[in-house]
Design a protein around this ligand. Sequence first.
Ligand code: COA
Length: 370
Amino acid sequence: MQTDVYLIGTGQTRFGEWWGKSLKNLMGEAVDAAMEGAPCSALDIDFIVVANMLGETVSGQAHLGALASSFLPHRPPAIRVEAACASGSVALHTACALLESGRAETVLVVGAEKMTDAPTDAITTALMGAADGELDAPSGLTFPGIFGLIAERYMHEFGLTREQLNIVSSIHHRNGVSNPFAQFRQEIPAESIGASPLVASPLRLLDCSPVSDGAAACILSTKFPGKFRIAASQMSTDTVSITERPSITSFSATKDAVVRAFEEAGAEQNDIAHLELHDCFSIAALLALEDLGFAEPGRGIQWYEEGGSMTVNGSGGLKACGHPVAATGVKQLIDIKKQLTASGQRWGMTHNFGGAGATCAIHILEHAYA
Ligand code: COA
């Protein structure tokens, strides 16, 4: 980073089914929670970046920058960013750019999504907006279908078995039990994952992140120092269509972003104590571990079978926490802050992607006093 950017305020709603709360209610709740513990006042916020994908489709609500600005007495300038499921971390990246440029000194980032008001088929169609509308969607693919193809190919290339894949969601659910903000807080044995209803072969219900409502907010500042510094904020993109890729068992945007993130932070894989990765489907967690350089190609499952010194999705990940798409990237940073606080370790990383890895944003958080 060209300047020190600190994470000075965090807050979120519990993720889940919030039929009695609007998109605006959820955003307001997360903003209030973030402001409550921050060392600055509302009047110190000089810019707001809102992340959201489905506001118009599900809630008939656009113009979310100004909507969020109305929560603060002085109505600071505000914009909305959209990058499908990566919207939250792209909003954080946008905030970092504003801070690095000197355009703002303290920025509020809000990621929010309301999904459960629409039936599953309508949400599935809406989420396909994150794929290529000309090359992918006309074949009838859905996101569970795209990741089903990826899982099928991965099993063919690397010999991963269904029994091995079961472990991934089972461990994420186990981690989610102690997270009060998680949508699902029950342990699910590995055998139950493989026995859950088939959604898109070979992926089953419990391989999939759920449809969720929720919001998360972070306050980033160059003016108010804090214990947590954004050591790296990087993003990369790839073709949106999976038909234009040489491989679907590896995402080049992740590989590209992580190299630049480690370079920016002056850290390396061995330094990371906590990782929150984007497990929209169980197979995606394995690709992420490999593309981020924590495992060799085809060996990501070893992290789940054997464990390691780094925690992976200690929050429960998207699988157990839920995945209100644009809130996820912001929530991941909050989880890493909590995990570094509890462990006293120095470095944590978030990995958040949109579509089938077409946009990937990575943040490295440094605990300054560790
Ligand atoms: N994990 C755990 N439990 C889940 C779940 C999930 N992913 N999805 C649903 N459930 C539970 C529900 O709570 C419900 O339990 P209940 O009967 O005790 O209330 C039950 O399973 C059935 O849920 P329902 O909502 O009827 O499922 P559905 O068939 O409408 O939707 C999916 C299931 C997997 C199709 C849907 O969650 C989905 O599309 N997920 C992927 C979302 C996505 O693509 N996100 C973007 C990623 S890139």
